[in-house]
Design a protein around this ligand. Structure first.
Ligand code: PMP
Length: 376
């Protein structure tokens, strides 16, 4: 049965395989002995191998050992987990914060925990799979609104007038690189007495001088705004956080199954995330460099006539038409020693090459990519 299913996937060009790197993750990566310039990583600030993070991990390993041994609610927590949460709540200017093992675990834990059968969830159609799964796991009815379409959202919210509501959105959309219209979303939520749940996975360390999307829009946290973000992308570490009111955090800690029933992150991972926050807060030039590189690449791509599909951020998709053509572009880039994978259905409706530019890329890397694309 599975063999036939796999054959069909291959026939449609939708079969995926894992590529094992022969080296560290960075702007240059090696597969099968060949080196490629890497445009596929979410390590936006180039922190994944930063000496400060590595030093923090080594020191903590020596002091605390590795495995956490149990979930935080049993005995797996350490003072570093707590310190990390305190730092996150200062960084995000919220009353409280809670660490999760991954962004996927955060969304699939928090969303079901904060919603119930009396609530209606409104979810942007391009939200990340972990949000979609969080909504599926919740006992709430979910209405999906057209991507960033405020009138569609309002229409759906009016229909559900008597229920408790929560609007759920990515703040930077992971496959399109556009930004959610936060001011307008917050206004709608305010007028309908709804909660607003923000997935800051790609905004943390990127928007608002690194602090995220509220800061980008010059907005302040509110008790009805619930933010989730990850340490795994611009912060170069692993894990995720909830940043919200103390009440929301306490409730989640007691109800999110992915938190309660999962072994805590090793303390050295919490230490690395702490180190990354220190770097972002004390060194503005990191985020500035990211945006400078983003500008250079976007100008280069637009200059050769690429359609960057409305990207506003370091995630830059390039429209490539059908699956076949997308695979052809990706293969051409590979030939030119550039790794920028094809993103295909079911991850997205429309196939594309997704470029992620980081602060660590050089002008030469950018020119190489633009030059290779220009040839086709
Ligand atoms: N939310 C979004 C928007 C994401 O892009 C991702 C990761 N691709 C996640 C959540 C999950 O984060 P993690 O990789 O830490 O599980």
């Amino acid at each position: 049965m599975f063999a036939e299913k796999v054959r069909l996937l291959k026939e449609k060009g939708l079969f995926r395989t894992i590529k094992d790197r022969d080296c560290f993750q960075g702007t240059k990566i090696k597969f099968g002995g060949r080196e490629f310039v890497n445009f596929s990583s979410n390590d936006y600030l180039g922190l994944a191998n930063h000496p400060h993070l590595i030093e923090k991990v080594k020191k903590t390993l020596d002091e605390c050992g590795y495995g956490a041994g149990a979930s935080r609610l049993l005995s797996g927590g350490s003072r570093l987990h707590r310190e990390l949460e305190e730092r996150v709540s200062q960084f995000k200017e919220t009353e409280s914060a809670l660490a999760f093992n991954s962004g996927y675990a955060a969304n699939t834990g928090i969303i079901p925990a904060i919603s119930d059968e009396d609530m209606i969830i409104f979810s942007d159609e391009l939200n990340h799979a972990s949000i979609v799964d969080g909504c599926r796991l919740s006992r709430s009815k979910t209405y999906v609104y057209r991507h960033r379409d405020l009138s569609h959202l309002e229409e759906l919210m009016k229909k559900a007038n008597h229920s408790q509501k929560i609007v759920v959105t990515d703040t930077i959309f992971s496959m399109d690189g556009d930004i959610a219209p936060l001011r307008e979303l917050a206004e709608l939520c305010r007028s309908h007495g709804a909660f607003l749940y923000l997935d800051e996975a790609h905004s943390t360390g990127v928007l608002g001088e690194g602090k995220g999307s509220l800061s980008h829009f010059d907005m302040k946290p509110e008790p009805w705004i619930i933010q989730m973000g990850t340490f795994s992308k611009a912060l170069g570490s692993t894990g995720a956080f909830l940043a919200a009111s103390s009440d929301a955090v306490e409730w989640t800690l007691n109800n999110a199954r992915s938190f309660i029933y999962s072994t805590a992150l090793p303390a050295c991972v919490a230490a690395a995330s702490l180190g990354a926050l220190e770097l972002v807060e004390n060194n503005r030039s990191l985020v500035e460099k990211l945006w400078l590189n983003r500008q250079k690449l976007a100008e280069g791509l637009l200059g050769i006539g690429c359609d960057i599909m409305g990207s506003e951020t370091p995630i830059i998709p390039i429209r490539t038409g059908d699956v076949e053509n997308t695979l052809r572009v990706s293969a051409h880039l590979l030939e030119k020693s550039i790794y920028a994978p094809a993103i295909r259905p079911p991850t997205v409706k429309e196939s594309r090459i997704r470029i992620n530019i980081t602060a660590a890329h050089t002008d030469e890397d950018i020119q190489r990519l633009v030059g290779a694309l220009e040839q086709i």
